[in-house]
Design a protein around this ligand. Structure first.
Ligand SMILES: Nc1nc2c(c(=O)[nH]1)N[C@H]1C(S)=C(S)[C@@H](COP(=O)(O)OP(=O)(O)OC[C@H]3O[C@@H](n4cnc5c(=O)[nH]c(N)nc54)[C@H](O)[C@@H]3O)O[C@H]1N2
Ligand SMILES: Nc1nc2c(c(=O)[nH]1)N[C@H]1C(S)=C(S)[C@@H](COP(=O)(O)OP(=O)(O)OC[C@H]3O[C@@H](n4cnc5c(=O)[nH]c(N)nc54)[C@H](O)[C@@H]3O)O[C@H]1N2
Ligand SMILES: [Mo]
Length: 766
């Protein structure tokens, strides 16, 4: 049986095209509804005013888009507000709540209902006798963890997951604990997110991060926005896109769907525009690639540029290519050998469309290419991103203003987590520094990532699982298998703010440890504390909670929880865990000695806008084996669906935050009260004799030939290329086999599931 997931629909389903600009009044109305629902009329707006503000505000936990560096206007968005008020709810999950409901009963609740119970208030331990969570005091909870870890034969039998919400200081302590224990098992959400970006950029330009910042976005002549639903998932990008079209820059959207950000917007903080209903266009060209077709599109652009260069010497920046790159000749030969017909077939775009994209690129002096999950969650995600870099290199779009690669990260501090040591494949240099400064002997062998952790838990090789935030059970692929894996553990521990599915899918022993959220003040012996975070564009700045009264007096901060766990697991540790927590400046002092680019951390992080971590590639210093930016010459993958099948991509709705489902609506795609749907091309529906809302069964066939199904989903006709389909995560994780991860990035290929869709025959009898 499939697990019960998703929200509870509030009425009959409907789908109508959305004809309004993104953001604007629809967003304002939605915010009003959210504030009403949480009852946060006073604190909600106060929090919003403090969000993303230089000096004294807290970082919006909504996404990793950078704050407006000019600090002039209210840089907020509907979804950030939703996210913050969701944390600030007045509702509480108390010991009485847990006493009233068994875990078995709660397992039947929707994910919406679970989180909607409000904030967790005290540590709880699972009691198998009564099938309930019972209160436990903090010290006993820490000791339970400590005993379990000390009882392992090998520290590699524990795995430590991070969700990208965790601040830098807690992150540093967390990885220190794991490594002092003796393991690099540090899976994190970026294993499902931007692993491909990190690996591709590292290989091509010697840094795992993008090089463009917000100022560059403001001076680019062309912005290529690939595989991101920005209006929902990075809404503050809309401001940058509207600014760009206003000053005459080109904005090209590459997406199988024409998402709301690819139309027009009413810029959220421009109140006059709001009052006058004045929308600004956020797109000059939409290219509806087929799912997985981005690499063919990039190669098509490269081919056109190289053909043009035969009679226009300015098409390729020869000087740049010669001075700063290697591998150009090989790449040129490969591109020349790839026929246009193949590029058309694989991209799903016509030759005129490919040429048009190339023309935009060639007419721009400075171009930025930005991307998110639509590009990364594929088998060939790394090759595709390297192809993006190839295209940038051809015209010298690197190391100068207004140009460069610019991945849009997901969680608000997922990039900071990596910078501060969450990496199952740490470099030797990092470990050497850690060993020297922290006087520990870190393990050198690589650890387990997300998929490998699940497999190891299923085999009984990982026995203790600790989730530092997040909702591992639902976020991970192959839901049924992942549930079995978690249930196979000796101990599962989750540090969380809200009740979620991962607390119900637990090991033989289980703990829920509730923590302070980002909006709340964090007071330690040394006074009020702030934590630092890093955004998508490598800006590091402080985040300070403003709420004086936490959701419960029993909540601890994340650094304090890590310290408590560490001390219990490492009673003789010489690391001054308790001393660190008294004053986070002490953690930052140690970090400044270990981490590259964090020199003088405590002073620089207190500058009004924080500081930017230096990007060597931005200065045209390439830390690659050749010392140059490296062209890649990867073969073009075949992404066409086999006859009779479709390629299905899983994605978010507008009204959800990863596994947190706010409602069953998806406003910009015109959907109401429906998540169990599959968006399909009309003709693909006709071929299968499906009408709108015909119930269908969806069966995914994994690489190993095994199948997984979802039953009774509703077909919804949508404007996407033939052979392509889309639906919502996390529900559709049921379809994603554990073994179907990219051999290039180890990322589950959540945007490329091979499925058949048939009129519903119903779930077979078990
Ligand atoms: N409100 C809100 N904000 C969020 C999140 C949230 O859940 N809610 N999640 C956060 C996180 S952790 C992340 S990682 C980001 C995710 O941000 P996104 O990457 O926008 O996430 P998805 O919803 O998965 O949407 C992927 C987009 O890629 C497109 N796509 C699918 N396949 C392909 C393809 O083959 N090629 C191209 N070019 N496009 C394709 C889809 O149509 C969709 O527009 O957002 C972050 N911000
Ligand atoms: N099929 C499919 N699956 C996907 C994806 C996809 O596109 N398709 N996307 C993947 C991606 S990009 C990601 S990032 C993952 C998301 O994976 P996760 O990061 O694991 O999941 P979230 O839903 O963001 O986690 C929500 C939970 O975090 C906890 N939380 C909230 N705030 C805090 C806090 O301040 N501190 C702590 N300790 N806990 C807090 C709450 O208890 C809440 O229930 O999902 C992945 N899964
Ligand atoms: Mo993510």
């Amino acid at each position: 049986m499939e697990p019960e997931v998703g929200a509870a629909p509030a009425g009959p389903p409907s789908v109508k095209p959305y004809r309004h600009p993104a953001a604007g009044w629809g967003a304002a109305k939605s915010v009003t509804k959210v504030l009403a629902r949480t009852g946060e009329w006073v604190d909600g707006p106060r929090a919003i005013l403090k969000m993303n503000h230089e000096n004294g505000g807290f970082d919006c936990p909504g996404c990793a888009w950078p704050d407006d560096y000019k600090g002039l206007h209210l840089d907020i968005c509907e979804n950030g507000i939703k996210h913050v008020t969701w944390e600030m709810t007045g509702k509480r999950v108390t010991r009485e709540f847990f006493a009233a409901h068994t875990v078995t009963e709660l397992s039947g609740w929707s994910d919406f209902a679970l989180e909607d119970q409000g904030r967790l208030t005290e540590p709880m331990v699972y009691d198998p006798e009564s099938d309930r969570y019972l209160p436990i005091d903090w010290q006993r909870a820490f000791d339970l963890f400590g005993e379990a870890v000390r009882g392992l034969d090998d520290p590699n039998q524990a795995s430590f997951y991070t969700s990208g919400r965790l601040g830098n200081e807690a992150t540093f302590l967390y990885q220190l604990m794991a490594r002092e224990l003796g393991t690099n098992n540090l899976p994190d959400c970026s294993n499902m997110c931007h692993e491909a970006s990190g690996r591709a950029l590292q290989a091509s330009i010697g840094t795992g991060k993008g090089t463009a910042d917000l100022k560059d976005w403001e001076s680019a002549d062309a912005l290529f926005i690939m595989g991101v639903n920005a209006a929902s998932n990075a809404p503050r990008m809309l401001t940058a896109l509207a600014d760009a079209t206003r000053r005459g820059a080109q904005v090209v959207h590459v997406n199988p769907l024409v998402e709301a950000a690819a139309t027009r917007t009413i810029v959220p903080h421009e109140f006059l525009d709001m009052a006058l209903m004045k929308a600004t266009s956020t797109s000059t060209l939409n290219l509806q690639v087929r799912i997985g077709g981005d690499m063919a599109l990039m190669r098509g652009i490269a081919k056109a540029v190289l053909e043009l260069a035969e009679h226009d010497p300015k098409a390729v920046d020869r000087q740049f290519v010669e001075r700063y790159t290697t591998g150009f000749e090989e790449y040129r030969a490969l591109v020349a050998a790839t026929p246009w017909e193949e590029l058309e077939r694989q991209s799903g775009l016509s030759r005129p469309q490919l040429l048009r994209a190339a023309q935009v690129y060639c007419e721009a002096d400075r171009s930025i290419f930005s991307w998110c999950l639509g590009v990364t969650q594929h088998e060939h995600g790394v090759d595709t991103i390297r192809e993006i870099v190839n295209v940038l290199l051809l015209r010298g779009n690197l190391g100068r203003e207004g140009a460069g690669p610019s991945p849009v990260r997901g969680h608000s501090n997922v990039q900071g987590n990596r910078t501060c040591g969450i990496n199952h494949r740490p470099t030797a240099e990092f470990l050497d520094r850690l060993a020297e400064v922290c006087k520990i002997d870190p393990p050198r062998a690589h650890g387990l990532d997300t998929v490998a952790t699940i497999e190891a838990m299923a085999r009984g090789e990982v026995k203790v699982f600790l989730g530092m935030g997040g909702n591992f059970a639902l976020a991970a692929p192959d839901t049924v298998y992942t549930y079995e894996a978690l249930r196979n553990c000796e101990l599962t521990v989750h540090v969380s703010t809200k009740l979620n599915r991962s607390h119900l899918v637990h090991g033989r022993q289980a703990l829920i440890l509730p923590c302070l959220g980002r909006t709340e003040q964090d007071r330690q012996r040394g006074g009020l504390q702030a934590t630092s975070v890093e955004d998508s564009m490598s800006m590091v700045h402080l985040s300070r909670g403003m709420r004086k009264k936490p959701a419960s007096r029993q909540l601890l901060s994340e650094p304090a929880i890590v310290a408590g766990l560490a001390r219990a697991a490492l009673p003789d540790s010489a690391t001054p865990w308790e001393w660190y927590v008294e004053d986070y400046d002490r953690i930052r002092d140690t970090m400044s000695e270990v981490l590259d680019g964090f020199e003088d951390f405590n002073r620089r992080v207190r500058l009004p806008l924080g500081f930017r971590i230096k990007q060597p590639a931005r200065e045209l210093v390439f830390l690659t084996p050749s010392g140059k930016a490296e062209f890649s010459a990867a073969p073009l993958p075949d992404v066409l669906p086999a006859p009779g099948t479709l390629v299905l991509g899983t994605m978010r709705s507008h009204d959800q935050w990863n596994t947190t489902i706010y409602s069953d609506d998806d406003r910009y795609r015109g959907v109401k009260n429906l998540r169990t749907l599959i968006f399909m091309n009309r003709q693909d529906m006709r071929e299968r004799h499906l009408d709108e809302f015909t119930p269908v069964d969806i069966t995914a066939t994994a690489r190993d030939g095994s199948t997984r199904s979802l039953y009774g989903y509703l077909a919804v006709p949508y404007d996407l290329p033939r052979g392509c389909a889309a639906g919502y995560m996390p529900e559709m994780n049921v379809l994603c086999a554990i073994g179907d991860y990219s051999t290039q990035s180890d990322q589950p290929i959540m945007k490329h599931l091979n499925v058949t869709v048939t009129a519903a025959a119903g779930r077979p009898a078990e």
